[in-house]
Design a protein around this ligand. Sequence first.
Ligand code: BGC
Length: 740
Amino acid sequence: MKRKTAVALQCVALTGAIAMGLSAWTSTASAQPPAATPWSDTALSPDARAKLLVAQLTQDEKFQLIRSYYAGPDRPADKPFPKGAIASAGYVPPIPRLGIPALEESDAGLGVASSDRMRPGDDATPLPAGPVTAASWDPQIAYRGGAMIGSEAHSKGFNVLLAGGINLMREPRNGRNFEYAGEDPLLAGAIVGETIRGVQSQHVISTIKHFALNDQETGRNTINAQIGEQAMRESDLLAFELAIERGKPGSVMCSYNKVNGDWACENDYLMNQVLKRDWKYPGFVMSDWGGAHSAAKAVNAGLDQESAGEIFDQQVFFDAPLRDALAKGEVTQARVDDMVQRILRSMFATGVFEHPAKKAPIDGKANLAVSRETLEAGAVLLRNEHDLLPLDAATLTSVAVIGAHADKGVLAGGGSSLVTAKGGNAVPGLEPTKWPGPVMYHPYAPLKALRAMAPKANVQFAEGSDVAAAAALAAKSQVAVVFVQKWATESLDAPDISLPDGQDALVSAVAKANPRTIVVLENGGPVAMPWLDQVGAVLETWYPGGDGGVAIANLLSGKVNPSGRLPLSWPRDLSQLPRPELPAAVGGTPPASVDYAIEGADIGYRWFQSRDIKPLFPFGYGLSYTRFEHGPLKVSSRDGQLIATVDVRNTGSHAGAEVAQVYVQPPGAKAKRLAGFTKVFLQAGEHRELAIPLERRLLADFDVATHGWMVRGGDYGVAEGNSSEDLGTPVTLKLPAGHL
Ligand code: BGC
């Protein structure tokens, strides 16, 4: 059985409704979609089309649309696999008499997920981990990645991707950080918004998730995230707000946890007040798998579709219990119609009707290039002493490649987002082999790529468990490239940030044997590096994804100049965090609540700055093989839009990309906030004046009394640079107090 919340499994019997649904699917499978109908008029708005169609639906058809079925093949024997579904996360049967297609829902944000359990032999192109895309600071890279996975989904018959993970990194130990986009609302909002836009450009509905504050996996099905309204609006919810504005996802997935006492999937504040009222969100909210807890309460709080309730919820709420609630007047018919309207509206808006998802050839080579280029744009060079990198591949005679199965592949994160790449798991059999496993290595071996990079060199591999043998190989090689890994997975947090399996000792021994040691990290979140001062270079790749080995070789050889910048703060140790302890991360009963009010909206670098703590590496940090100078900053206002202008010059000898980051410091605040950024590629010697729009909500505070953004008024410091800790002279911006 797939996962965790097996609660439901024991207590659910196959309902009449499922049986009814099944017969409906089989008997109507051959029905022809109707000829031209009023709602097929594409000149009408998606809302108008949906309205026309809702008017045609019977009550049973409406109830058919507001729930999905689990389409995993690992369903219990007494619950047959939904006919017509593609094995995957979810399925809503079609209504052929009205030409309404099925919703075929697949995980997730790093590609079309299919561990072999789901669809044996079915492969897809894995993108690198989410933080890689965020570290590119390049919305176009995010868009391309989204379009790539969207196109693969479409060509496999899926029209919904459960893609768009944007939970902010409050907890570096969170097992799902690799699915998300770091700690900053502006950066995450831009990157995830563009990923969503990319997915939906392929007529596949994207699902931003997990709404909201599901920022750790420990106790995710029970824990109550506590935080003040202003703080959440300025942090986690701001990230959603910006991404939703930019990407317009057809659906939002509410999360497992509670927020301030109410389950996220029955949270009136989150779904009704914020999402639908304040943000005017027109799409639908689906529950996470096991996230629905009621009929009337959830529906009245804004939940529009129950996901896979027959397997994961305590019962299917959006059938008999909801019909009862309707009969008793606890829910209105208008609200049920609104739920259906929202689902159909998103289907129209995304082109699901006009561009049906169906099996089609996939250009695997082109897609692999998208993945490779994502890592090339997002890998972060954390250290490069004495310009050890780039390696001069032409003159290299010997290279020791060590550790982390680099002879076979690159590590992937685990859980529902896991993609099976072409060639399958390069290192099968590692524990856990079952949920939340399998531990998967994608078969894009760095060793092979490094051999191709330096064809004249003797490139040898030591697998690393024999530390002495690895050190001996390093000692007789010109350079040593040590790969270290830390597997992370959905449903589990890491108890700490240390590297497992004695890898610290391995790196130290190799570095002692050869100071020209380069460490390549494959990890979900920041890791402690007690050996940092001993090694020559460190390259962070998170989980490298498709063609990861080649991208790594290209970065190490300088064929590609690293230009990733950290989308997160890298703590020195756990004592620097708002919550040094993560109770029950290694078992035991999780606490009832987690106190996010400690840092409030000051996540990551804002926490570090407000407490005068120096992290190991700050948010926004990353090295390059060239040097950049940032010219003086000017701030102006054009038609009410604040623009920061700065000249960036490549003063080194390599072409490369730089990220200009603009931070604002509101009057009286200790912490700065990223308010704008632009990535620019410059040839050696080239310079460019960049005009960087500033997001006004980052200059304002959320005012709970008026539900709006309020500028404090006074002197705002605005500074630009290439990390949150490396900024030029600030300019003062005088702003009058008032609402945005
Ligand atoms: C995860 C979601 C995922 C869903 C469907 C849940 O366990 O939290 O992110 O989309 O399963 O597989």
